[in-house]
Write a protein that binds this ligand. Structure first.
Ligand SMILES: [Zn+2]
Length: 136
């Protein structure tokens, strides 16, 4: 956990282009931006998955996402946003500290919607899958 780069950013041990700070959250520009204004919003406490966060932290993180979107809208005038979390290695998570990607989108930027990241439709019916999930 001490080696986590996002925890180091929270503690001020690594530099970051911070743009917003909430009580339990921090937002800074992605060091390898895929779009102008690409921002990461993280909880200040270490957690690898969104499911590990408590309700107050989750609320603070998503309020920060909303604030960042407002700030980016005024400052950079994007035409839209993709909001995404890579949760787990299979989903492409590289830094194992929860981070919400706020990706400003611009008309004609050549990007695609989040639904384009995988094409693996289920073989079972939606009813069968819903039953499995609801049994939990
Ligand atoms: Zn961490």
């Amino acid at each position: 956990m001490e080696e986590c780069v996002f925890c180091k950013i929270v503690r001020g041990e690594l530099p970051a282009a911070k743009i917003y700070e909430g009580e339990r959250s921090l937002a800074f520009l992605d060091i390898n931006p895929i779009s102008p204004g690409h921002t990461l919003v993280i909880p200040k406490e270490h957690a690898s998955s969104l499911v590990e966060l408590d309700e107050a932290t989750t609320a603070d993180v998503f309020n920060a996402v909303r604030m960042v979107m407002r700030m980016l809208k005024v400052a950079l005038h994007p035409d839209g946003f993709n909001i995404g979390i890579n949760d787990g290695k299979a989903a492409g998570q590289e830094i194992m500290h929860v981070h919400v990607n706020v990706i400003p989108r611009y008309e004609g930027d050549g990007g695609k919607p989040v639904q384009s990241i995988v094409r693996n439709p289920p073989r079972e019916s939606l009813e069968e899958i819903a039953e499995k999930i609801k049994r939990v």
